[in-house]
Design a protein around this ligand. Structure first.
Ligand code: ZN
Length: 441
């Protein structure tokens, strides 16, 4: 199933016109070769490869009876109130003008009541899950688990020895390698890069499996179109890094039983025996001062200190060692948004020139994806995220894409559309990576 879907995606791209980009249609032979490449035997018979049968769906829901979280909808209508909810430990998933929905730990419910919040609805995660489990698509084997992701990255590197190299930027807390595919016609693996660099990273949050697919799809597409004039130019003049699965442990945990668990955080065992730190609250950017929680059981738990988590620390070290990185895209799901700093401050970016670049890039990328471009904190203020840190520390034009789809498990049918449009936005990012400031001239 996977190979069929990926082939469809790749052939679909051939016919795509990338707007103003000078991308030519690839020769059929190229795609055939890549198609063969993607037919590498895969992989873990468990996990996403085996969607649960109807009988197993009920069993999966039964397991969630022991989960301490609730799915709630709270009536709040302004950013301050949404930010406060994050601080109280709510994991806000959906934002509407008058209300928000998301997960909270059971111990947060009395706190919300005490503080006078109005709950529109409340379900245990068990009740919440049942409705979704009934809807599990039969074709989720198209998603790549960790082993399949590793195999695909190795296959892409092996098939393109002159262009692609694979290395590990560090280990997760459970000891998995965090893979980085580098696309560069003259520099390999961890050698210093002199050319301007773009970094794409995905899967900070475990259950956001679509983000891994978009990053993998981007890598496959770029290599499948390596002879197109525009892509060839980028491979020769830029340094391109793709890290598809930063939170490999969490992603595996989320699917380990072949049933989804709505897991967001990494796999840190906290002092109180709860599991996980929110990696996208663990960066040293106004760390845990707003929109994040100090409670280990919360889904927005920021950790014991900035960069307490090996996954965030690995990315920190990776970025600090590569002064040539100019642009960064961090893929998340879901909300159809392209976000830029500040995430951790409710005010616009002070540097007007930089703000213009952010706004222009976000608007352009939104044009390719159909998503909404906006400052991250327009939704709610959340400190300690990747993009604020990358911009504050290294002046990188760093964005968050919240991909499309209704829910964290939108099925395999969405992959092609999400990859196709986000590849166009990613290629646009490459087109300005040599000098983002050219957008202000
Ligand atoms: Zn996320």
């Amino acid at each position: 199933m996977k190979k069929i879907i990926l082939s469809v995606i790749l052939f679909g791209f051939c016919a795509y016109n990338l707007g103003a980009a000078e991308i030519k249609t690839a020769a059929p032979g190229e795609n055939a070769a890549l198609g063969q490449l993607l037919e590498q035997p895969a992989a873990n018979p468990q996990a996403l490869a085996n969607p649960p049968a109807p009988a197993a769906e009920t069993a999966a829901a039964e397991e969630l009876k022991n989960d301490d979280r609730y799915w709630i909808t709270v009536l709040v209508s302004d950013r301050q109130a949404r930010t406060k909810l994050l601080e109280l430990g709510m994991d806000i998933v959906e934002v509407k003008p008058e209300k928000v929905s998301g997960f909270v730990h059971k111990d947060t419910l009395p706190v919300l009541q005490e503080k006078g919040y109005k709950l529109e609805s409340r379900q245990t995660i068990y009740e919440y899950a049942k409705q979704y489990l009934k809807d599990f698509p039969p074709a989720d084997s198209a998603y790549h688990n960790y082993k399949e992701t590793t195999e695909l990255l190795n296959a892409l590197a092996a098939a393109n020895p002159g262009l692609a190299s694979l290395s590990s930027i560090g280990k997760t807390i459970e000891g998995r390698d965090i893979w980085c595919l580098r696309l560069n016609s003259s520099q390999k693996e961890e050698t210093a890069g002199a050319k301007p660099a773009a970094l794409y990273v995905a899967n900070h949050h475990a259950r956001e499996h679509l983000s891994n697919e978009v990053a993998l799809g981007l890598a496959s597409w770029l290599l499948g179109h390596k002879d197109d004039a525009e892509i060839k130019k980028y491979l020769e003049t830029l340094d391109i890094y793709i890290i598809p699965m930063l939170n490999a442990d969490g992603a595996e945990y989320d699917i380990r039983t072949g049933k989804y668990r709505w897991h967001r955080k990494n796999m840190r065992v906290n002092a109180d025996k709860t599991i996980g730190v929110d990696l996208n609250r663990n960066y040293d950017a106004r760390w845990c001062t707003a929109g994040a929680s100090h409670s280990p059981y919360s889904d927005t738990y920021c950790g014991t200190a900035p960069f307490s988590e090996p996954e965030a620390l690995a990315l920190k070290k990776f970025i600090e060692a590569r002064k040539n990185i100019k642009t960064l895209m961090s893929y998340h799901s879901y909300s159809d948004l392209i976000l830029y700093p500040w995430a951790g401050l409710g005010t616009p970016l002070e540097n007007e020139k930089d703000r213009k670049v952010f706004e222009k890039m976000a608007k352009a990328m939104a044009g390719f994806t159909g998503y909404t471009p906006q400052q991250s904190s327009d939704l709610y203020v959340a400190t300690g995220d990747t993009t604020d840190w990358a911009y504050m520390t290294a002046g990188i034009f760093a964005f968050t894409t919240e991909l499309e789809g209704r829910g964290f498990y939108p099925g395999a049918g969405i992959i092609e559309h999400a990859v196709t449009n986000n590849v166009k936005a990613a290629v646009y990012m490459l087109s300005v990576t040599d000098d983002p400031y050219k957008l202000t001239r």
